[in-house]
Design a protein around this ligand. Sequence first.
Ligand SMILES: [Fe+2]
Length: 317
Amino acid sequence: MIDEQHVSKSDETEILKMFTIEPGMNLSSPEIQRAAIQTLEGGGLIYLPKGGFELSERERELISNTANILTQVPDVENGKPTIIFDPKNGHIKKYHYAQIHGKMVRAQIKDSARSDLEAIMARYGQWTESVITQLFPSYRQSLDRKRVTYRPFARNSTQALHIDSSYGYPTQGRSMLRVFTNINPADRLRIWQLGEPFEPFVQRFLPGVHVKGPSWFSKLLAQLGIVDGVKTKYDQYIAALRALGMRDKEYQNTAPRKLMEFPAGSSWIALTDLVLHGAISGQHSLDQTFYLPVEAMNDPARSPLRILERLTGEALT
Ligand SMILES: [Fe+2]
């Protein structure tokens, strides 16, 4: 029997529930699984100080100088552009752009480094799948494993507190379950801020949101395969709430928050459309995104979809 005190640390301020899984704990034990699902679905963060994903010495060496892997390094340190890997075809997306100072920029990977980076990202995706399968066996049948993101660029500017929305990849009501790992080869911390629970955040910004439902144009883009599915009202609400929250300077300056430092080698797991978060600093992280249907959750009423439906009084998918 595991002492719950020992495995479950809840923060005094109650801003964020956190569950720490120390090295050597068995991810498949019922006590750990129960605490993990309670934490995740309750909008908390699961923290693995030494999750177990590691780079080889050669891989650390490779990424320790970004000039080894990229043809150019942008002068703005906001952690962009990112590198996106699609586990379905085993390759890095060639044309993934980020907007930096109004210009569209993408990470241009050196041909000599491409297969090494793809191998790291593929291995990471498989590792996260094994962790998630052990911790959440009841999700196994329903999870859809999506993209892996690698952030080789430094961030030295605070990202506003936000919930994740999925841009060109509508979740259509599914939650975004993401596993993150700090792989910094120089042992630099990755620092995040984490905000208040989802519901008070939504209540604050919901009056400013006006959503019309999917347009004929977005249906057309989806039919032509230009975007990955039609944006539902849920996707529109999440995108609008995210944008309103990020733009609100007073909220960003005064909202409750907790800082978290993630050392190199650590991993963390959250539903990122349920947990307010923003990166503050760090360089070299990996993350894997899964889509989780609400029906697969232990308690669907805690999902962002069902909370939003309750607060708006309408069906959103
Ligand atoms: Fe985010």
